[in-house]
Design a binder for this molecule. Structure first.
Ligand SMILES: O=C(O)[C@@H](CO)OP(=O)(O)O
Length: 257
């Protein structure tokens, strides 16, 4: 039989949640379950409109178990009219756990410990921020949504490397099979859990990932061949705006004295 020249292209859309209350207050957030701001809700709606204008439709959605990602997806789904599709929520898509930094203001932390140290905590590949103790109320064992998980998978802190290690099993075991079945997939997650996936998919070096920032609520489209090899990726946003929004994320931890 003659092999068709037309290869099937799979697309997955990744979206970081819209602006959260702690993004606005410039605080390290991690697994803290904060809400979207009114601006964040508008950003999410706009992401949905962009997807609609560009002809995207979805068969299945994946989010973390954190409210800001779920609410971002809900607003996108409203714009697309796709609330009927299945939504899978999983802790493995959660934001990178920021350990004892969770709750602290990024600029104040930079003023106290130096920008260099904070950049290491925020963006180095394998240096985790200081750990939480088990007794600390910010430890995930005190949150009912993680009650079904053994203590040894619950993070006290995470580097991006540790985040890659916990996100990828979910990517391969739960998301990839849906993509390979030809489903149109949207994943709504977080700045660093998406950096983890992007680093892996785009084979970015440990050095290059340091400078890579993902802006809130900008749909990022990955195209794959039929073997799920990434072919190309692009944001549904013009270059200038994208650059400005990526730089704004990078600059969040400049010390303001
Ligand atoms: O605080 C966080 O959890 C993340 C995302 O908002 O911040 P950063 O960009 O500093 O890694």
């Amino acid at each position: 039989m003659k092999k068709s020249l037309a290869t099937k292209i799979h697309r997955v859309v990744f979206v970081r949640h819209g602006e959260s209350t702690w993004n606005k207050e410039n605080r390290f957030t991690g697994w803290t379950d904060v809400q979207l701001t009114p601006n964040g809700i508008e950003e999410a709606k706009f992401a949905g409109q962009l997807l609609k204008q560009n002809g995207f439709q979805f068969d299945v959605a994946f989010t973390s178990v954190l409210t800001r990602a779920i609410m971002t997806y809900n607003n996108i789904a409203t714009e697309l009219g796709c609330h009927y599709i299945p939504v899978h929520k999983h802790w493995r898509l959660n934001e990178r756990h920021y350990g004892a930094l969770q709750g602290l203001n990024k600029a104040e932390t930079a003023a106290k410990h130096g920008e260099e140290q904070v950049t290491l905590w925020r963006r180095s590949y394998d240096i985790p921020p200081p750990e939480l103790t088990l007794e600390d109320e910010r430890h995930p064992q005190h949150d009912p949504r993680y009650q079904g998980l053994p203590l040894d998978v619950l993070p006290k802190t995470e580097s991006l490397k540790i985040t890659v290690d916990r996100v990828l099993p979910y990517w391969y075991d739960s998301i990839c099979p849906q993509v390979l079945q030809g489903k149109n997939v949207i994943v709504v997650a977080h700045g660093n859990s998406l950096r983890a996936i992007v680093k892996h998919l785009s084979q970015m070096s440990d050095k290059d990932i340091i400078k890579y920032n993902i802006p809130t609520a900008c749909p990022l489209v990955y195209e794959f061949d039929e073997t799920l090899k990434p072919i190309k990726n692009y944001y549904l946003l013009n270059e200038k705006e994208l650059k400005e929004r990526m730089e704004a994320v990078a600059n969040q931890a400049k010390a303001k004295l």
